[in-house]
Write a protein that binds this ligand. Structure first.
Ligand code: SF4
Ligand code: SF4
Length: 292
């Protein structure tokens, strides 16, 4: 059972625009001392709400192969081995397509001529800073890079190194391998769902993913309409725990569009998200708290 002082909650959504970042940011802000990790490395935006004072910046690099033409005999074993098509034999010599390389190191190991070495290539950057009591860790993948997984791995290491406090992981949208990496060590997956057919379709995929990973999970129904909600019907039908219902709310949308953290702007939202945080702790840690 997780302890609320160091519980890790991954916040996911099947698609972009459901309100996943609004939920992650406001839960981290209302939790007091906490860590917010933005794993949406292709489009990180949580820092826009927090506006953290940056204390460190770190480049993230991967290793890619370099071929020594003087040693290579063109046997093409490396080309046949690479499952990512990052190597091609051109004029009897392998050529490396660096942006397709997944840095597995296999080609270097199997080259009979020892013609392959590795060099580092920067793929992005991590910024760490603070906003009030929240430690904000943001990863940003350089444009055109194949995968943000090395940045996500490093982000999660940085988050785990902090003092004991709740960690909120703002995952990439969808259900791709970057999402899998983001939820791997989470104690709980919080799925944010909007009441549209597209939203429910993608929610089903991400729900299947968290089940495959054997993660405990619950749902926040966001942008709830006044009448029936097909997202709620789906949850009820499948026995999925609903932690909260956030009504469709122009004011919350307006605050977010101005990159304002709602719980720091309005007592109403502070109470609303404090209640969600309380429910979350009860669900994740089976611990009753009185948070006001
Ligand atoms: S395995 Fe080594 S020797 Fe063979 S083509 Fe690749 S780099 Fe050249
Ligand atoms: S390191 Fe792995 S992914 Fe990269 S070129 Fe070599 S075999 Fe392919």
């Amino acid at each position: 059972m997780a302890d609320r002082r160091d519980m890790k909650v991954a916040v996911l959504s099947g698609k972009g625009g459901t309100g996943k970042t609004i939920v992650s940011v406001n839960l981290a802000a209302v939790a007091g001392t906490s860590v917010y990790i933005d794993c949406d490395v292709e489009e990180p935006n949580g820092h826009l709400f927090f506006k953290p004072v940056i204390s460190s910046v770190e480049e993230v690099a991967v290793k890619i192969p370099v071929i020594d033409a003087a040693k290579c005999n063109g046997c093409r074993r490396c080309v046949d081995f690479c499952k990512f098509n990052a190597l091609a034999l051109i004029k009897n010599r392998p050529r490396v397509f660096a942006k397709m390389c997944h840095s597995c190191g296999g080609c270097m190991l199997l080259c009979p001529q020892k013609a392959i070495s590795e060099q580092e290539r920067t793929i992005g950057v991590i910024q760490r800073g603070t906003a009030g009591n929240v430690t904000v860790c943001t990863g940003e993948l350089n444009i055109g890079e194949a995968t943000g997984i090395p940045i996500i791995k490093r982000l999660l290491q940085l988050g785990a190194a902090d003092v004991r406090c709740p960690v909120f992981i703002d995952c990439p949208p969808g259900s791709a391998c970057t999402v899998m990496e983001s939820i791997k060590d989470a104690d709980y997956c919080l799925l944010v769902v909007e009441p549209t057919l597209f939203g429910i379709h993608n929610f089903r995929m991400v729900y299947e993913l968290v089940r495959l990973f054997n993660k405990r999970c619950g749902v926040i129904l966001n942008k709830c309409p006044a009448g029936g909600n097909p997202a709620e019907d789906f949850c009820v039908e499948h026995g999925i725990t609903i932690l909260s219902r956030i009504p469709f709310d122009h004011e919350l949308g307006a605050l977010s569009s101005e990159a304002k953290t709602a719980v720091w702007e309005s007592e109403r939202y502070r109470r609303q998200f404090a209640l969600i945080y309380e429910t979350l702790i009860q669900e994740v840690c089976h611990e009753a708290v009185a948070y006001s």
